[in-house]
Design a protein around this ligand. Structure first.
Ligand code: ZN
Ligand code: ZN
Length: 196
């Protein structure tokens, strides 16, 4: 719609990052090289996979230096012991929940490929704001916006401002950028949003 308006008037309109999704639902992907080799596993393979498909084991080197005191009072390293620790980490994937991305169907598409919400495998829920990753969000903004027939709920955030920004975005209201003199306008704009 914005593009049509731009073409009609000939004035350049800044997209202002408006097309970048900010609501990202964090899901955990099913992955298994035995049951789903090269993505060619049979339909629903994750339901019978016995290889912990929602986690990847990561190796981490832990170095323990061997230190000694010399007779003249210096501390020197004479060797090192290296241990490998194994950590099970969930296969996190940020999924854009935005009416403009795949008609708002990204979460459903991931579900159909075996992805789960973290709570389903005993992991804490994560804030829905792009790249935030804070666990256990406490702001539950339940407003629903409808865009071309696609319904999107504002979502779960760990900070009120995040919920306010996503509310404005889903309402297609440009958000003031928080630089210089715009700082106050942005503050006032975010504070005025009813996030519930
Ligand atoms: Zn498997
Ligand atoms: Zn957050």
């Amino acid at each position: 719609m914005q593009k049509a308006k731009q073409e009609a008037t000939g004035t350049p309109l800044s997209q202002g990052g408006l097309n970048r999704p900010l609501k990202m639902v964090n899901m955990v992907q099913a992955r298994c090289s035995k049951c789903n080799p090269r993505g060619q596993g049979k339909r629903g393979w994750w339901k019978t996979c016995k290889h912990d498909p929602y986690y990847t084991v990561r190796e981490e080197e832990v170095r323990h230096p061997k230190l000694e005191q010399t007779e003249d009072g210096r501390t020197i390293k004479t060797g090192e012991e290296v241990e490998i620790e194994y950590h099970k980490v969930p296969n996190w994937k940020q999924i854009a929940d935005d009416p403009k991305i795949s008609s708002g169907r990204m979460v459903q598409i991931q579900r159909e490929r075996g992805s789960v919400f973290p709570e389903e495998i005993g992991e804490p829920p994560i804030c829905d704001y792009l790249n935030c990753w804070e666990p256990n969000p406490t702001i539950h903004a339940k407003r629903v916006f409808t865009h071309e027939g696609v319904q999107t709920v504002v979502g779960n955030y760990h900070h009120r401002d995040e919920a306010a920004i996503v509310t404005l975005r889903l309402n297609e209201t440009p958000v003031y950028v928080g630089v210089d003199k715009d700082m106050e306008r942005r503050r006032a704009q975010l504070d005025a949003v009813n996030i519930l």
